[in-house]
Ligand binder design. Structure first.
Ligand code: GUN
Ligand code: ZN
Length: 428
């Protein structure tokens, strides 16, 4: 059954530039597997004559936009958002590890996973690359919750067999056996994907890192996720632990953990050799500005990333990050971009911020043409935005003279109230 939605329509072209139809039409239909995909999209005048058989839902005053893609988030940290600490390492020790220890309990894992997915969807996030905890129960809870909601989601069991307290520390050999079993159970089932997940270099022994690299080679279309170069104390610690490595990032390279579909959160304290390594291995950075500002970690260098030309996109990094809302994340990225004054004295264009949290993030994850956009062939995960959701939004979006002004009004003033509906591609 073809369905069509008539409203304003935001998409992106192959270069990541916005395409906006004031009076647009989005046509969706199930593919041979029964998954709803975009069949056609464009101006109502052009698209409508091609689909006289479509059942049309008219949404006046609304904007259809791709579901957001969050490149790095921790579902078990939902309850520790806003936990203050002088920096990353005390925050991990005082809040994060105690909170994550509770996920040995499947009932707790299920309860938090439900809250997490509800929160993502209320905020218009339809795909995420998420950390679970070191407990198998947390991974099962995550994937079961995603499967029930038919979401395209990626996650994995955290590997941390050293420098971690009782309750979250795992055991080297068993952790790798568990990871492989979880890959076989969940990877590529429906819309789910598995990510091999060493927490960060200081928390894994060489044996665990080597095992993670072997799994990454054996299961080449899985994802890899970790953290790198987030905080100055962390970087100094890694230098002590790996004196032979050229850099923090190079530790991961040495264990075979850089390749397409590998995603490293933060990437703040890099040099150009590191950036070239990211580019050449097609490894991506997950830029997490609310987290970096909240934990006082530092400022991602957008200018250097663009100059060297490696893949990156935006991420919330909840619970180091302070919000599930992509609007808040894009706003923080704008502030950080200003701080660096990287783009000829300006900051990042609103449409680029939006792209970095939708189609650009999908591309960095190796999901180009699958999610994060509303071009023909994409899975039909999309948002119905109400640009008049609050009195101030209504005034500002009406005053906007250009697309950039309108997108900026939504980025600056938007939150979950802007997301009237989140539509997920349903398997029939
Ligand atoms: N580095 C290692 N673990 C974590 C984590 O849970 N959050 C953040 N922001 N950085 C980390
Ligand atoms: Zn993180």
């Amino acid at each position: 059954m073809k369905k069509a939605y008539r409203a304003s329509l935001l998409r992106f072209d192959d270069a990541g530039l916005p395409v906006f139809d004031e009076d647009g039409l989005l046509v969706v239909a199930p593919d041979s597997a029964g998954r709803q995909r975009v069949l056609d999209a464009g101006s109502h005048a052009a698209v409508s004559p091609r689909h006289p058989d479509a059942e049309v839902t008219h949404l006046p005053g609304r904007i259809l936009a791709p579901g957001f893609v969050d490149m790095h988030i921790h579902f078990p940290q939902t309850d520790i958002i806003g936990s203050p600490a002088p920096g990353l390492l005390p925050w991990l020790e005082n809040y994060t590890f105690p909170a994550e220890a509770r996920f040995a309990d499947p009932a707790h894992s299920n309860e938090v996973a439900d809250v997490f997915f509800d929160e993502l969807l209320r905020n218009g996030v339809t795909t995420a690359l998420a950390f679970a905890t070191s407990h198998v129960a947390s991974v099962d809870a995550f994937f079961e919750g995603a499967q029930r909601r038919n979401l395209r989601m990626i996650s994995g069991k955290v590997l941390q067999d050293r420098n971690s307290p009782d309750g979250v520390r795992d055991e080297t050999e068993q952790s790798l056996i568990d990871s492989e079993a979880l890959i076989r159970k969940w990877h590529d089932t429906g819309r789910l994907g598995y990510a091999i997940t060493p927490r960060f270099a200081p928390a894994s022994t060489d044996a665990q890192m080597r095992g993670a690299g072997e799994l990454a080679a054996k299961y080449a279309d899985t994802w890899i996720q970790s953290h790198v170069a987030e905080n100055r104390d962390e970087v100094a610690w890694v230098r002590e632990l790996y004196p032979q490595a050229r850099s923090y990032l190079d530790v991961y390279a040495g264990f075979g953990l850089m390749r397409e579909r590998a995603v490293y959160a933060h990437c703040i304290y890099l040099d150009d050799t590191d950036r070239a390594l990211l580019r050449d291995t097609k490894t991506a950075a997950a830029v997490s500005p609310t987290s970096n500002l909240f934990l006082g970690s530092g400022f991602f260098d957008f200018g250097a990333a663009d100059r060297v030309g490696y893949r990156y996109g935006l991420a919330s990094d909840v619970g180091g990050g302070t919000s599930f809302s992509p609007f808040h994340t894009m706003m923080a990225a704008y502030y950080v971009g200003r701080e660096g004054q990287t783009k000829a004295g300006l900051s990042i264009a609103p449409s680029e911020l939006w792209w970095r949290h939708t189609g650009g993030a999908a591309r960095a994850l190796g999901l180009d043409g699958v999610v994060g956009n509303l071009q023909a062939g994409c899975e039909a995960d999309f948002l119905v935005l109400n640009p008049a959701a609050t009195p101030l939004l209504a005034r500002k979006t009406k005053l906007a003279n250009t697309l950039e002004e309108m997108l900026f009004a939504m980025i600056v003033l938007g939150d979950d109230r802007l997301v009237e509906r989140t539509v997920i591609s349903q398997a029939l």
